[in-house]
Write a protein of this length. Structure first.
Length: 341
């Protein structure tokens, strides 16, 4: 059995990062992406039949963009939905954070998020983390002496896409896996007014000296494997030492969801057993700008994996559940974060 630390280092790197030449400017290098493929031919991989992200729409062209924030040139992949007849208004935007040690292309392949989002007319941005990771907690480290850098990058990316891609500022969502899931939760906790919803798969709120506390109401969905061997369902308050980038202590998945429920003045939760998972729902109070709920889905027999994915996980991460499709579940939640059943 591999160690906890080894499991975090076995993420596949699918997309090689390009060398970036110095650019002028202090915020964005340009309002235009680096390069867009010729129209009519998406550059991303096509989704297999029956795979995660069951929408039938073909995703629009992939754009490889870059943005200068805090002196760093940050990269992202952007997928535009194919134009719908008569639909020329602002479009919803999903920002999706990859896991630690991975990259944007790995998350895209695992989730097929761009295909399912295209069927809903949504833009999807897959940003690249510095050093293949995200500053999901508030503790300064040697690797991340400025723990707020990724929050500012996300804010700048959203503003950039609102300006250049007509993303709807009232329908901006964040999602992520593992360390990226925790990053999505940090955005929802610290910038709830910026977002219309957030979702995390296998990610929890940091605690201890890296603690992130929700500061206002936001619809949040937490999807978690009951048998996660990497980041247990019950949390990891005392992670083992790591000579690389430290692994942050976290709350349990339920305490993570409950913290957002409390910040949203939610009522008592209701739990129901579904086929293959347990659903717990807190209904947000009347002060929530978007209304909606906080939901926790605990997936039976699932590991540190993306439910419904067709991509095999790294060794030691546990099984992938087919009880639900996390991609469609997340996008359905963003579209309708209401009381649920």
């Amino acid at each position: 059995m591999r160690s906890f630390r080894d499991r975090f280092r076995r993420w596949p790197g699918v997309l090689a990062l390009s060398v970036v030449l110095p650019l002028s400017g202090c915020a964005a290098d340009s309002d235009r992406p680096d390069a867009a493929p010729s129209s009519g031919a998406p550059s991303g991989p096509s989704a297999p039949a029956g795979g995660t992200g069951g929408g039938t729409a073909t995703p629009g062209p992939e754009v490889r963009g870059r943005l200068r924030v805090d002196g760093d040139v940050r990269r992202y992949l952007l997928h535009r939905p194919a134009p719908a007849p008569g639909a020329d208004g602002p479009r919803p935007l999903v920002v999706a954070f990859h896991g630690r040690g991975a990259d944007a292309a790995e998350l895209r392949a695992k989730t097929r998020l761009e295909r399912a989002a295209a069927a809903r007319g949504m833009l999807v941005a897959f940003p690249e983390g510095l050093g293949h990771g995200w500053g999901a907690g508030t503790r300064a480290t040697k690797q991340r002496p400025d723990p707020g850098r990724d929050v500012r990058f996300t804010e700048a990316l959203i503003a950039h896409l609102v300006r250049t891609e007509r993303a709807d500022p009232g329908r901006v969502y964040v999602a992520g896996f593992s360390n990226g899931g925790s990053m999505a939760l940090r955005m929802a906790a610290e910038r709830p007014a910026l977002l219309a919803g957030a979702a995390s798969v296998s990610g929890q709120l940091p605690t201890g000296d890296a603690a992130v506390e929700p500061t206002g109401p936001a619809p949040v969905l937490v999807v978690y494997g009951a048998d996660d061997p990497v980041r247990p369902l019950a949390g990891l308050p005392s992670p083992p030492p790591d000579p690389g980038e430290p692994v942050l202590p976290t709350r349990s998945a339920r305490d993570t969801a409950a913290a957002f429920a409390a910040a949203g003045d939610a009522g008592e939760p209701v739990t129901r057993q579904e086929k293959g998972y347990d659903r717990t729902v807190w209904r947000l109070g009347s002060g929530a700008r978007h209304g909606g709920t906080v939901r926790l889905l605990v997936v039976h027999g699932a590991g540190h994996t993306w439910p419904g994915s067709t991509v095999p996980p790294p060794e030691g991460f546990g099984p992938v559940s087919k009880a639900l499709d996390a991609t469609d579940t997340i996008l359905d939640f963003f579209t309708d974060p209401g009381p649920g059943r």
